[in-house]
Design a protein around this ligand. Structure first.
Ligand code: MG
Length: 434
């Protein structure tokens, strides 16, 4: 029987007037949520998400149940935001972990949307289990920003995925096999916005109980500036049914339970740690469009040999008719594929394409014009549409759509910038790193 001991702490910080973060400790379910929206809407969003999460997970305590519960939480926030004008546009992050039974094995299931994080401290090494759904972190994963640039990018509060802004949401999932001594951390960005991963790791490594560690983390982030609400949940695996002992007896046995995609290598936080070490935590996405894995090196594709054969008259006539039909079909497809426009993404820029998103039977779209609008400048809720390709009947219609989303994004960025002002001059200077 796996035993978990958990504690949490939350603080409004030094700058914000209200705390829009929420935490949940309801064994075997733990979560943090970071709400956003005008006035008190952020608080409403994170609270609604937590409530729906808890109720739905109670109805189905499984891995799929956890993902469904996050989707329920999304719908709960979405529906509330549509019902009341003062709540329109509100949203929340949600990072949840639950101990579940998966075919007789106890595992920690993680479900995640937004830029709150789950970390794992194992054998003294800290690994970020979740990926942030924020503009700079997406750019960092695409290789366009360095980790340092991403950490200080002014758009780091602009999220690419969040609960409550649409009726459906894509949920990242991961599974961890819990070992005695593991320490999990769920945190809102008010923590890691103030403290480096090294600072967080050094506190997590202390051998104190989760309650003290949670309070220390929050206090340190507040000392360091406290520009945002700070929320953490610390979960210790105190018993693992001898799993760790059995695993060390079978040295070399892999404990990866989901697809073997390691968390980003740059997340191996200990500078001395070998970078090729595969963390046991893996992140999978329930996205159907995941490209198939590249064939293993050395694997060669063998084509069946084609036999030469002399064609007879009927075959020739048939082929002639077939070519004619195919030609007509191709012309129709070409017209359909090339006779329309869509707004999509070219690199990190919003662009207008001629053709259909993804092309049509071999007729790929072509770039019609660049717009000068960066994807990062567009509202997160629009980015999904852009990635899929937003179809428009004409170039003019496409241009006016681009104007609309650029304007909307600029307004949102302005709002998010003004809501994350630096601490006032009267605030004490940031504490020196310990
Ligand atoms: Mg926050």
């Amino acid at each position: 029987m796996t035993t978990l001991v958990a504690a949490g702490a939350t603080d409004v910080g030094r700058v914000r007037s209200g705390n829009e973060d929420e935490l949940l400790i309801a064994e075997p379910l733990y979560a943090v949520a970071d709400g956003m929206g005008g006035h008190a809407a952020g608080e409403v969003a994170s609270a609604a998400a937590m409530e729906a999460l808890l109720v739905a997970f109670d109805g189905n305590r499984s891995g799929p149940g956890l993902v469904d519960a996050v989707r329920d939480a999304n719908r709960a926030v979405w529906e509330q935001s549509r019902g009341r004008s003062e709540l329109r546009g509100m949203g929340t992050t949600l990072t949840a972990v639950a101990l579940i039974d998966e075919g007789g094995e106890e595992v920690l299931a993680i479900a995640h949307v937004g830029d709150s994080r789950a970390y794992l401290l194992r054998d003294g090494e800290l690994t970020q289990v979740t990926e942030d759904h924020s503009v700079p972190e997406e750019l960092r994963r695409a290789g366009r920003l360095s980790p340092e640039e991403a950490a200080t990018d002014p758009r780091r509060h602009v999220l690419t995925r969040v609960l409550g802004v649409d009726s459906e949401v894509e949920v990242d999932t991961a599974q961890l096999v819990p070992y005695k001594g593991d320490r999990l951390l769920l945190a809102s960005d008010g923590l890691f916005g103030e403290l480096s991963d090294d600072e967080i790791a050094s506190i997590l490594r202390r051998r104190s109980d989760p309650d003290r560690v949670a309070k220390q983390l929050v206090a340190m982030a507040k000392d360091a500036g406290g520009a945002d609400n700070i929320t953490v949940v610390v979960i210790d695996v105190t018993d693992d049914d001898d799993r760790a002992a059995k695993a060390s007896a079978k040295v070399g046995e892999q404990s990866i339970t989901a697809m073997p995609r390691p968390v980003t290598p740059s997340l191996a936080l200990d500078a001395d740690a070998p970078t090729e070490k595969i963390p046991r935590a893996v992140l999978t996405e329930d996205r159907p469009s995941q490209p198939p894995p590249a064939p293993a090196t050395g694997e060669t594709k063998v084509e069946a040999p084609i036999k030469a054969r002399r064609p007879n008259l009927a075959t020739v006539a048939f082929l002639g008719a077939l070519i004619l039909v195919l030609g007509l079909a191709a012309a129709a497809i070409l017209f359909s594929a090339r006779g329309s426009y869509y707004v999509g993404v070219d690199g990190d820029e919003v662009a207008i394409f001629k053709g259909r998103p993804g092309g049509l039977v071999g007729f790929g779209p072509t770039l019609e014009e660049r717009t000068g609008v960066r994807v990062a400048e567009v509202l997160p809720s629009r980015v999904d549409d852009l990635r899929k390709g937003k179809r428009e009947p004409s170039v003019d219609a496409a241009r006016s759509y681009v104007r609309e989303i650029a304007e909307e994004g600029a307004n949102a960025l302005l709002a998010s910038t003004t809501s994350t002002v630096p601490p006032p001059a009267s605030a004490p200077p940031p504490a020196p790193p310990r």
